[in-house]
Design a binder for this molecule. Sequence first.
Ligand code: UDP
Ligand code: MG
Length: 315
Amino acid sequence: MANNPSLISIVLPVFNEEEGIQKTVATLESFIDHQPQTFELIFVDDGSHDKTVEILTNAQQNFHNIRIVKFSRNFGHQLAISAGIRYTSGDAVVVMDADLQDPPSVIVDMIAKWQQGYDVVYGKRVSRDGETIFKKLTASLFYRTLKKITSVDIPLDTGDFRLMDRAVVGELRKMNETDPYVRGMVSWVGFKQTAVEYERQERFAGTSKYPLSKMIRLAMDGVTSFSTLPLQLATWFGSLSIIFSLGYLITTLFTGFGTGEFTVFALFLMFGLVLLSLGIMGAYLFRTFDASRKRPLYIVEKTSGFQSGERDIRR
Ligand code: UDP
Ligand code: MG
């Protein structure tokens, strides 16, 4: 906990944000102008194939606090965050989306809580403007289910918008998880955590870079990295169906009841449950396999804007 914050690093993962990135930079820079602390903006380009990097590189001429970490391809939002925090030098690190859905003004509240002694201040969404009912519903359902099945207390309705003390970032840097679920990892490390509530804004430009496939992947990473309960489902399914089939056998013997249709239904049900259990095991096996290959988590093609003499903690 630093009492005298001198530098705050803001990490922003970006993927094909050419339509809005200029405004994000302008908004953040004017926000920074009014703050007593010094800021650095670390943009992690997650393999954009539009003009995002070009626009950011141009912006560096006017703003010397902009740093760019460019991935060699799209590795995903969570890995972009993981990489970004490794390049920070701040006493506190803020992670936020680059589409201004997370309002910069909330950072003031986060810093205030940090100065009161909290090590993690996460943004809790009290409302989500401009998102589809489907997204709101699935997100709400997912966070609630995840909370029930994990042993780690991952706060509800919280994305990756948060402030972390240097100490927390130091711990996160030690966690080289192949398919990271950053918000879970931050809960896992512990320390003194609190929330600030905010209204999530509508995306002001461009479209969401989180299609359903990426949302499902994120949800799977959340579950497989923080709960082993699904693995026990097979045991439960198996035990229940053994009990049920014994009951059925006894009823048939004594009453002569039993129909062919029912047998077909029961067979299909069992088949479904067996395949489902196999699929769940596959998901965990995939994670283990992914981690066992020990490939680098991401590849940084180049960086710019990092001055020599700065605290260099990069890897
Ligand atoms: N993003 C990324 N890599 C990806 C997808 C998204 O770096 O593969 C970035 C994106 O540019 C944005 C942030 O992650 O800054 C959140 O993505 P988005 O706004 O599309 O997600 P949503 O708010 O719709 O959930
Ligand atoms: Mg967004």
